[in-house]
Design a protein around this ligand. Structure first.
Ligand SMILES: Cc1cc2nc3c(=O)[nH]c(=O)nc-3n(C[C@H](O)[C@H](O)[C@H](O)COP(=O)(O)OP(=O)(O)OC[C@H]3O[C@@H](n4cnc5c(N)ncnc54)[C@H](O)[C@@H]3O)c2cc1C
Length: 241
């Protein structure tokens, strides 16, 4: 068995949000090259992630299943196609002030891994967790995310690093105004992104992206209570303000 403990500069709720989003699995699991599908019930017991492991062209399709879960606190997985067969992986989150201690215990439960003595299994697993990547992308803004995803889709193992607690760079959205209101933090209109072959190629609609068209993309309030509007209808733009 191998056990690793790290303190993460995030609350247990923030760490759990990542664990509870199955599509993020390749970002934190070494060797999971590409996510193919995530069961809707993830991370409930019995839910599966369907992924490919390895480096292109030697990709192996398999899955990882939740065997036990305490939301916000712990997650136990049975990971198939692990480098040494099949492994039980137990993750536990412990709040330390405003940070989180994340402990991960892994042990091979079937396949060639169980034939190795335990100390050797530890050594093998440590080697697997050595930082070797086909590409390292610095910055999870839209350009970094697109590049990292296209490389991962081509079978590369990719490490995407981001200095901020949230991904998205200057196209990030937030709920600072009201928890039920999602708003832009910087940029807001993406007419070229909507037709970009690089972004269309990611098939983001399959993962929940919905493009919306604002009735008036831009408005500026005036002291008299009126608005200067940029409206698709030229006459309404001219009449505003
Ligand atoms: C106020 C504003 C309004 C805009 N409006 C629009 C708009 O309406 N429509 C539009 O199409 N474009 C708009 N843009 C431009 C658009 O947001 C940028 O073109 C786009 O965000 C660039 O993407 P990027 O991935 O290259 O960089 P960024 O979005 O800047 O992302 C870079 C990321 O890298 C991270 N980073 C930087 N250095 C490091 C490091 N050393 N280690 C780890 N992480 C690091 C940063 O934290 C950041 O998350 C706007 C920009 C601004 C600032």
């Amino acid at each position: 068995m191998t056990a690793t403990t790290r303190t993460v500069h995030a609350t247990p709720e923030q760490v759990w949000e990542v664990l509870a989003d199955g599509w993020l699995y390749p970002l934190w699991v070494v060797g999971a090259s590409r996510m193919r599908e995530v069961d809707d019930s993830w991370p409930a017991v019995g839910a599966k992630l369907h992924h490919s492991v390895g480096a292109w062209p030697l990709l192996l399709d398999d899955d990882t299943e939740v065997t036990d879960v305490t939301p916000g606190m712990s997650l136990t997985l049975r990971a198939r196609a692990w480098p040494m067969g099949e492994a039980a992986v137990h993750l536990r989150l412990t709040a330390v002030g405003t940070e989180t201690e994340v402990s991960i215990e892994e042990d091979a439960v079937s396949g060639p891994g169980v034939l190795a003595p335990r100390p050797l299994r530890g050594a093998e697993s440590d080697r697997d967790h050595g930082m070797t990547w086909d590409a390292v992308v610095v910055g999870a803004g839209p350009n970094g995310l697109v590049a990292a995803n296209h490389l991962a889709d081509a079978g590369w193992t990719v490490l995407l690093v981001e200095a901020q607690p949230d991904v998205g760079g200057a196209v990030r959205s937030d709920r600072e105004v009201h928890p039920e209101f999602v708003h832009d933090t910087f940029s807001s209109f993406y007419p070229l992104a909507a037709v970009s072959p690089a972004i269309l190629g990611l098939d983001l609609e399959r993962h929940g992206l919905v493009w919306r068209r604002a009735p008036a993309p831009l408005g500026h309030p005036l002291p008299d209570g009126d608005w200067a509007l940029l409206h698709p209808d030229r006459d309404r733009t001219a009449a505003s303000g």
